[in-house]
Design a protein around this ligand. Structure first.
Ligand code: FAD
Ligand code: NAI
Length: 462
């Protein structure tokens, strides 16, 4: 048994970042983690492995589609799936070991095993009870499925199974056109699978700007992905090697079946709170099954905090990380801060999709007068040279004050470009502030500047 200032349950991006910050602020800190490696969903079965496969499959796409046009001739590479998986596993290993190193460097103790909270001020790991002045729950999330859909992680898989399939399937059906479905659907489509995405709603990536949704879906269709929209999946039937997906079209209730070698269920994730003992502690939950917290990330039980996927808000690694730093500040007696209005979202397909702030629909719903500045990557010299002219940057600004309210990008490096808009928004900048900032030529970032110019007197290269 040991006494700590703070014990964090879970070592995902919320938990490990929180632990390092707590230690930096002089608190005696430990993290309980039940997995064999640190880093949570993100490093083990989420952000990092999926980005490794997206990168590898994008390289194949470039070789197959663009190399010859640039005068790079020769045999196109073929896919060695085992090697691709081992590259992905190596990437995971480097990252998870990196967190172990950071824990040692910052003197954060790893309590190996699954933790529970028998009472406020105590964390039990493997029958040992540790005392903690503060407890931070960062236990993350797990995939949620559908009634009638049984996951076996072989034929009917969640994202976790989809990151380690035995082979590249001939036919893959993806249930859900959200972030996971489209990222992993893209990976397999590029590797040669026939991918069909079945989505309940009429648009992909719910909650995004409608114009981006349309362009994104059209672009993915051009890349060979088939979409069945407005379709409610009823059930799956699987054998050891194949599955059938039954769905009903919402417009006419007609029933349909598609065959697949692999079915990826990507219909959202839910907080993972099993075994923590929250009921007995009387911890309040939201209607959607998340841990309810106040503005200081504290639950209704004093000294117990929660951060990351287990609480409300977008299930994103960087949101969890920032909550981790803010909650650490709180328990150290400082003032933690996170601006929920400026959390970027990125989809790492090709082209990438990125957004921050309000969509046009949200501004309309709020009755806010706004203007739109748009610029196509077709007018960007660098994008044209790199076969990356598809897509656009769209900036939304207040009609009267010109203050930037949101930005939506589909195009090359969108996930990096969005951050200059985030910084601008944090400083309350106007579109003119962005437009008056000199941007290096030739860079993709000039497209952001041009969209800002389009909010005023006009873009130059439109
Ligand atoms: P998690 O990362 O889920 O970590 C929680 C940890 O707590 C786990 O390791 C778990 O083992 C441990 N734990 C749980 N209960 C206990 C217990 N009782 N005792 C001990 N340990 C416990 N987000 C992005 O921002 N960008 C991306 O590109 C991205 N890609 C993704 C791709 C996929 C396929 C998936 C599934 C998710 C992706 N996400 C991405 C989402 C991101 O992974 C999560 O938002 C993020 O990991 C949440 O962090 P967290 O710290 O709250 O929890
Ligand atoms: P999601 O919420 O993004 O998408 C789920 C989709 O499934 C929705 O479009 C929904 O309408 C659809 N759906 C639900 N029920 C259905 C049914 N019966 N039939 C057909 N479609 C149905 O969830 P997803 O993709 O599983 O991702 C989970 C979380 O992981 C997301 O919240 C996301 O933030 C995070 N993530 C983030 C990434 C990133 O930042 N790049 C990458 C991957 C995941």
């Amino acid at each position: 048994m040991a006494n700590y200032d703070v014990i964090i349950i879970g070592s995902g991006p919320g938990g490990y970042v929180c632990a390092i910050r707590c230690a930096q602020l002089g608190l005696k800190t430990a993290v309980a983690e039940g997995r064999d490696t640190l880093g949570g969903t993100c490093l083990n079965v989420g952000c990092i492995p999926s980005k490794a496969l997206l990168h590898a499959s994008h390289m194949l796409h470039e070789a197959e589609h663009n190399f010859a046009a640039m005068g790079l001739k020769g045999k196109s590479p073929s896919v060695d799936w085992k090697q691709m998986l081992s590259y992905k596993d190596d990437t995971i290993g480097q990252n998870t070991k990196g967190i172990e190193f950071l824990f040692k460097k910052n003197k954060v103790d790893w309590l190996k095993g699954w933790g529970s909270i028998p009472a406020a001020g105590q964390v039990k790991v493997c029958d040992e009870v540790h005392q903690a002045k503060n407890i931070i729950i960062a236990s993350g999330s797990e995939p949620s499925s559908l009634p009638g859909v049984e996951i076996d992680e072989k034929v009917v898989v969640t994202s976790t199974g989809a990151l380690e399939l035995g082979k590249v399937p001939k036919k893959m059906v993806v249930i859900g056109a959200g972030v996971i479905g489209l990222e992993l659907g893209s990976v397999y489509a590029r590797l040669g699978s026939e991918v069909t995405v079945v989505e309940f709603l009429d648009a992909v990536t719910p909650g995004m700007d409608a114009e981006i949704q349309k362009t994104f879906q059209r672009t993915l269709k051009k890349q060979g992905i088939t979409f069945v929209m407005g379709a409610a999946v009823q059930k799956t039937e699987a054998t050891k090697t194949k599955a059938k997906v039954h769905y009903k079209l919402r417009k006419d209730d007609s029933e349909h079946v598609i065959d697949a070698d692999t079915v990826l269920v990507a219909t959202g994730r839910k907080p993972f709170i099993d075994g923590l003992g929250l009921d007995a502690l009387g911890i309040e939950m939201t209607k959607r099954g998340q841990i309810a917290v106040g503005a200081d990330w504290q639950t209704n039980v004093q000294g117990i905090y929660a951060i990351g996927d287990v609480i409300e808000g977008p299930m994103l690694a960087h949101k969890a990380e920032d909550e981790g730093m803010a909650a650490a500040a709180q328990v150290a007696g400082k003032h933690g801060h996170l601006n929920y209005g400026v959390i970027p979202g990125v989809i790492y397909t090709h082209p990438e999709v990125a957004n921050v702030g309000a969509t046009e629909q949200q501004l309309k719903d709020d009755g806010r007068a706004y203007k739109v500045g748009k610029f196509s990557f077709m007018g960007n010299g660098r994008a044209k040279a790199n076969f990356a002219g598809d897509g656009f940057v769209k900036i939304l600004a207040d009609k009267d004050t010109d203050r930037i309210l949101g930005a939506h990008i589909i195009g090359p490096a969108a996930g990096d470009l969005i951050h200059e808009v985030c910084v601008a928004m944090e400083f309350g900048a106007s579109a003119e502030d962005l437009a008056m900032t000199c941007h290096a030529h030739p860079t993709y970032s000039e497209a952001v500047r041009e969209a800002a110019l389009a909010c005023g007197d006009g873009a130059i290269h439109a």
